[in-house]
Design a protein around this ligand. Structure first.
Ligand SMILES: C[S@@+](CC[C@H](N)C(=O)[O-])C[C@H]1O[C@@H](n2cnc3c(N)ncnc32)[C@H](O)[C@@H]1O
Length: 388
């Protein structure tokens, strides 16, 4: 555990806690998605309702944190597009913004959009869109566009068409956040010959096996794509300037790239350097997502590991944006070692500690942990507790 954090980081955590508190206070229980195919598309094969809620919450926190790190808090945007929103897994966590921003979710899957229209009537506009541009949005019609796990599925031609289109619909100086599969996922998923091609070309598009449930029922063009950083720096910078990227943590095996829309006539920078936040992968097992706390002391248990090295990770646990002061115990986690056989030194990946839940007037508490000097949460959960 770290003894102290810089005030910058502490300010960041408190601002994040305020945003998440707004998110939780406007949260209402949504009906179960109740359609395994829709869950498989966005949560992964065999995805559960709980995974839909907790994964969407964590991704929303990742998005909010990345934007805050880029100096553009999510509440500063007025027209937000969730490109490839699926069943609104992330969109519905942004309900608290609906009073101040126009929220639009667009997806090519009519079933997912029908579900959103029927079950997420909080003021967002859900659109079923075509597989190729254009989107029914005016030029510069959005000042923030995010696409979680969409560019991870398109071939290179579709990717360029959609990058052009996202550039068109993004306002001057607007931001676009896109997630990609990069080196970690490519090393896991690609056989040696394909991996060598990925390294050489910087981009690889793989046909997923027929039994892959995460793609079932979606169009044939929807497969699996991988990008290197050099490729992004080379091919995307005509349209966008990468500001920062966040790998793993809330984005699990993916990496989120925060891009600023460029005026396409501006000269391309000779080199493109962006801030890279490399997080471990990790999770919180206790408290479970949305648990009701019985008293003010809460047991917290989780795990984290650095995927590239397996090196021990220096963690801080935060409760409602304040660093927990109690001691953290490292724990052997054979289940984590078994789940990540390719990563060395996973033995003591676990941690546990007890934290104090402060009293507040709304009863929501959010717990997350960060790694090293990065302020972006690796994993997060929330719970409720009525004040005594
Ligand atoms: C892995 S899912 C992720 C959904 C959602 N972003 C989330 O994180 O829960 C990818 C989604 O992208 C959608 N999609 C793929 N190509 C698209 C396109 N060109 N325009 C809009 N949506 C697209 C798919 O239908 C699918 O719902």
């Amino acid at each position: 555990m770290r003894d102290h954090m810089s005030s910058h980081s502490s300010d960041f955590q408190q601002a994040l806690a305020r945003e998440i508190s707004r998110m939780l206070r406007s949260h209402v229980e949504i009906p179960p998605v109740n359609d395994q195919r829709l869950l498989d598309h966005v949560v992964g094969a065999g995805g559960s309702e709980e995974g839909f809620l907790s994964g969407g919450f964590l991704t929303a926190i990742g998005l909010v944190s990345a934007l805050q790190m880029a100096g553009r808090p999510i509440s500063s945007f007025r027209r937000i597009l969730d490109f490839g929103c699926g069943s609104g897994r992330v969109t519905h966590w942004l309900r608290h913004l609906a009073g101040s921003a126009d929220l639009t979710g667009a997806d090519i899957n009519p079933d997912a959009i029908a579900w959103c229209k029927e079950n997420l009537a909080f003021g967002a506009n859900f659109l079923c869109t075509g597989p190729t541009p254009p989107l029914p949005l005016a030029n510069g019609g959005a000042d923030l566009v995010y696409g979680v796990s969409v560019l991870t599925h398109l071939d290179e031609d579709f990717q360029f068409e959609w990058l052009e289109e996202l550039h068109r619909v993004t306002a001057p100086d607007g931001l676009v956040v896109l997630t990609i599969h990069t080196d970690y996922k490519a090393a896991q998923a690609l056989p040696p010959q394909e991996h060598a091609s990925y390294r050489k070309q910087g981009f690889f598009y793989q046909r997923a096996p027929d039994h892959d449930k995460t793609l079932a029922g979606l169009p044939d063009f929807y497969q699996v794509a991988f990008h290197t950083h050099d490729y992004i720096a080379d091919k995307w910078t005509r349209l966008f300037e990468p500001l920062l990227s966040v790998s793993h943590g809330p984005f699990w095996a993916q990496e989120a790239i925060v891009l600023r829309r460029k005026d396409s006539s501006a000269p391309r920078p000779r080199t493109s350097r962006w801030k890279r936040v490399k997080l471990p992968m990790g999770g919180l097992d206790t408290p479970g997502f949305g648990w009701r706390a019985q008293d003010s002391v809460q047991h917290v248990a989780g795990w984290a590991l650095a995927p590239e090295s397996g090196d021990p990770v220096d963690l801080t646990v935060w409760v409602d944006g304040k660093a927990a002061e109690m001691q953290c115990i490292e724990v052997r986690r054979d289940d984590v070692s078994a789940a990540f056989p390719d990563i060395p030194h996973t033995g003591n990946a676990g941690f546990m500690l007890n934290v104090e839940l402060p009293d507040n007037d709304h009863g929501f508490h959010v717990i997350w942990f960060t790694a090293g000097d990065s302020p972006v949460p690796v994993s997060a959960t929330y719970m409720t507790r009525q004040s005594s």
